[in-house]
Design a protein around this ligand. Structure first.
Ligand SMILES: Cc1ncc(COP(=O)(O)O)c(C=O)c1O
Length: 325
């Protein structure tokens, strides 16, 4: 059922200069490099796709259909998984074809996916469009299988139960893992593997009801119905999903300039900003073993107008011209 798509275990790297820059001791902070999963530029979604796309292929499907924001990392990695598995891929994306072909969208094209643009729309319109695409493919004799938004079905989230176990084998004494949360599967898997008290989640506004999304998956994975108390930060969203806040800008600069680690403005930059706030408030303390889960998303940097505007002003401030004019 499951396809082998990633390189594992992903590395865990010490981050002493970053630790000290944010108020921890040098030995306290580690980065779990799930941006280095390999397939299609890397990122957390590949662990889910091993199971979801692998199951689709085992069912005899010939086309993967999924949905997301225009700069969806999950969509890009679904395109890559389809290529690796010899399957067609249709991506149903919010936005319009007039949007600049940058970042993940450029890679979607390179990887061979067909893109269906649905304009500026909510979750329901995206789901409806996915259902229509699948229906049309079936009517033409195709064998589509839908991969859920963000890859976050119970099956997909099992990839992060395994990732949590992998991390525990690497750092048995870990106290907290900080993770950016979108559709919730990554966090849900980690909660089941590590326990809710060890997973600090930073909300990124990719879904409207994050608490429910994660709990539904935790229940599905564990088979237990009771609520667990989730550690949750809602303070890094700012004006919305695509906005680049000052805190995230600062977090990205700090990680880049202490460890040479590049974070993205939508997910991992928010996770880092949430970690900085958690240290400031004493929720994450010196002397504890803390892990930042790097979930990838680098292509999104190159498709984010705010991040590129910031980069432009940095480059201007740091440039000198040796030629006239
Ligand atoms: C780079 C990156 N990090 C984190 C996440 C969040 O993962 P999940 O959807 O499993 O909550 C996403 C989801 O799109 C992502 O692309």
């Amino acid at each position: 059922m499951r396809s082998h798509l990633i390189s594992r275990p992903t590395p865990v790297e010490a981050a002493p200069r970053l630790a000290q820059a944010i108020g921890l001791a040098a030995a306290d902070l580690w980065i779990k490099r799930d941006d280095l999963t390999g397939l299609g530029g890397g990122g957390n979604k590949a662990r889910k796709l091993e199971r979801t796309a692998g199951a689709a292929r085992a069912h005899g499907a010939t086309t993967l259909v999924t949905s997301g924001a225009a700069q969806s990392n999950h969509a890009r990695l679904t395109a890559a998984a389809g290529a690796r598995l010899g399957m067609d891929v249709v991506l149903v994306l919010s936005g319009t074809p007039g949007d600049a072909v940058t970042g993940n969208i450029a890679l979607d094209g390179l990887l061979g996916a067909r893109i269906v643009w649905v304009g500026e729309s909510g979750d329901t319109a995206l789901d409806d469009a996915v259902a229509n695409v699948a229906k049309e493919l079936r009517a033409k004799g195709g064998r589509p299988e839908v991969i859920p938004f963000g890859g976050s079905s119970v099956l997909g989230a099992q990839g992060y139960v395994e990732a949590g176990e992998e991390l525990l084998a690497q750092l048995p004494g870990l106290t907290s893992v900080v993770v950016a949360v979108g559709s919730g599967g990554t966090m849900a898997g980690l909660v089941v593997a590590l326990g809710a008290e060890r997973v600090l989640r930073v909300h990124c506004e990719a879904v409207s009801d994050p608490e429910q999304a994660v709990m539904r998956l935790v229940r599905g994975l564990s088979g237990e119905q009771q609520n667990v108390r989730l550690r949750l930060r809602l303070d890094q969203v700012g004006p919305g999903y695509s906005a680049l806040t000052n805190q995230v800008e600062e977090a990205m600069l700090t990680a880049a300039r202490t460890e040479g680690i590049v974070l993205d403005p939508v997910y991992t930059g928010r996770a880092m900003a949430g970690l900085i706030a958690a240290v400031r408030e004493g929720d994450v303390r010196p002397g504890e073993q803390t892990v930042l889960l790097h979930t990838g998303g680098l292509p999104g940097f190159f498709g984010h107008p705010g991040a590129l505007a910031q980069a432009r002003s940095l480059v201007e401030a740091q440039s000198e011209r040796l030629y006239p004019g």
